[in-house]
Design a protein around this ligand. Structure first.
Ligand code: BES
Ligand code: MN
Ligand code: ZN
Length: 462
């Protein structure tokens, strides 16, 4: 089953209104080629090719002859690679095609990403403009990427009353069935025995915690393991969040959504790798069964963890999943998590932080982010800060006592649980667009998935 809400292209050959994208440099030439009536119209309506400006040029009969769409300094470093993602929100319903002035594959992807709407609770009113897939682009590939992103956004946008640990696992099972992957869901006694931190964090909720373990592909192929934080809702636990901090915490499974989206793209494209996806799915709730500040918990890796703050729950559940991943020393280990407010303070909502000790991999991640218009920024795994996590009674504390370097100490905590795997990337993401930007509608966002897919495709694509 593909996502019914997932935007799709119109079939090639459909009649469609042409859209001409124009930057400042190409504007005089484009303008000169128009009819004098059209030039008069543009002057009368004060059109200029500034970013996001739109002109609907009328034909003699009053229909729309063509659309002009401004890109500004199209070659400038500041240009928005997903600028065309604004078009579906600007244009009247109808059929359109791109007529040049822009990278067709990038613009087509931006269009589909910008056409997304979350329609679970309220039917969207009115038709949307639709795009004919541009000639020469891989429409199936672009549709696959946009479909995976739409699936992930739906998961993030779905509130916790309809998306608990069981529903996260159900989404993974659905994905496994669509692509013929194997999947195991570990719960109950087996979870308590083998993944004690996942069990402890999830224990307060009436909706039981579980660990998703999906595998796909040839066992002999390079092994890539994705780990996604699946906190269906983060109240903070007993160290409860204030209301403003809790308001958006349905998105605390944004890491799981990103990992599932990457898996969807990888399996859909049939990349030559052995994929494993691990996601601890829990609700960090408040009850008499909750884990407490001061508790000392065993972990899968054997390290004993003192709880300094129950709101640092993501690193706890990831620790057990990373320990499982690390046991088979994958060729590449990537974890995704809405892990710290500190990463947001440092880089803002649109720029996820990433951490790795592998310099070559760091370069490849940053480059793939630029190529895929899915940018990220590296923060350091500054080893001396690991002592901030020292505990007087256990092997380590789950938080540092002080206010400094919260994203870094969280990343250093995770590294303790995957000591064997060198090629490990940790993404600390926000998972949400606070306001609409081209190709990125306000609401749940699947960050870093297109980047990781690009990286994997470069390495393992046919
Ligand atoms: N899920 C939150 C982190 C978060 C908060 C991400 C807001 C995005 C936006 C995480 O579980 C958390 O609560 N982290 C704490 C850690 C602290 C207690 C050391 C944080 O960042 O405040
Ligand atoms: Mn928390
Ligand atoms: Zn959290």
């Amino acid at each position: 089953m593909t996502n019914p809400a997932s935007p799709e292209f119109l079939p090639a050959g459909s009649r469609a209104i042409p859209i001409r994208c124009v930057g400042t440099a190409g504007w005089p030439e484009t303008e000169a080629a128009l009819s004098s009536a059209q030039r008069t119209y543009l002057r009368a309506t004060d059109f200029s090719p500034k970013p996001g400006r739109l002109a609907l040029l009328p034909a003699e009969d009053g229909s729309i002859a063509r659309v002009l769409f401004g890109l500004g300094e199209a070659e400038g470093a500041g240009r928005d690679r997903l600028a065309a993602g604004r078009l579906p929100g600007l244009l009247p319903p109808g059929s359109y095609r791109l007529e040049g002035g822009i990278d067709p594959a990038e613009a087509a992807l931006a269009w589909l990403l910008g056409s997304y709407r979350f329609g679970r609770y309220r039917e969207a009113t009115g038709e949307r403009p639709r795009l004919v897939a541009p000639d020469g682009v891989d429409a199936a590939e672009i549709g696959r990427i946009a479909g995976a992103v739409a699936m992930g956004r739906d998961l993030v946008n779905t509130p916790a009353n309809d998306l608990g640990p069981a529903e996260i696992a159900a989404a993974a099972c659905d994905l496994a069935r669509r692509h013929g992957a194997l999947i195991a869901i570990i719960a109950d006694e087996a979870l308590a025995r083998d993944f004690p931190l996942v069990h402890a964090v999830g224990a307060a909720s009436v909706r039981a915690p579980r660990l998703i373990d999906l595998t796909w592909g040839s066992p002999d192929a390079p092994r890539v393991t994705l780990v996604g934080k699946g906190v269906a809702f983060d109240t903070g636990g007993l160290d409860i969040k204030p209301s403003a901090g809790m308001l958006l915490m349905k998105k605390d499974m944004g890491g799981a959504a990103a990992a599932l989206a990457v898996a969807d793209m990888v399996m859909g494209a049939g990349l030559n790798l052995r994929l494993r996806l691990l996601s601890p799915a829990v609700e960090n709730a408040v009850s008499g069964a909750a884990f407490r500040p001061g508790d000392v918990l065993a972990s899968r890796a054997g390290l004993k963890v003192e709880i300094g703050n129950t709101d640092a729950e993501g690193r706890l559940i990831l620790a057990d999943a990373l320990a499982l991943a690390d046991a088979e020393e994958p060729d590449l280990l990537i974890d995704f998590a809405t892990l710290t407010g500190a990463a947001r303070v440092a880089l803002g909502p649109d720029l996820p932080a990433f951490f790795t000790e592998d310099e070559a991999l760091a370069g490849a991640v940053a480059a793939a982010g630029l190529e895929a218009a899915d940018p990220v920024w590296r923060l350091p795994l500054h080893a001396p800060y690991a002592s901030l996590l020292d505990s007087k009674v256990a092997d380590l504390n789950n938080v540092s006592g002080g206010p400094f370097a919260g994203a870094i100490t969280a990343a250093l905590f995770l590294r303790r649980f995957a000591p064997k795997t060198r090629a490990h990337v940790h993404f600390d993401l926000y998972g949400w667009n606070p306001s609409t930007k081209p190709g990125r509608p306000e609401g749940g966002e699947v960050q870093t998935a297109r980047l990781v897919y690009r990286l994997l495709k470069d390495r393992y694509g046919g």
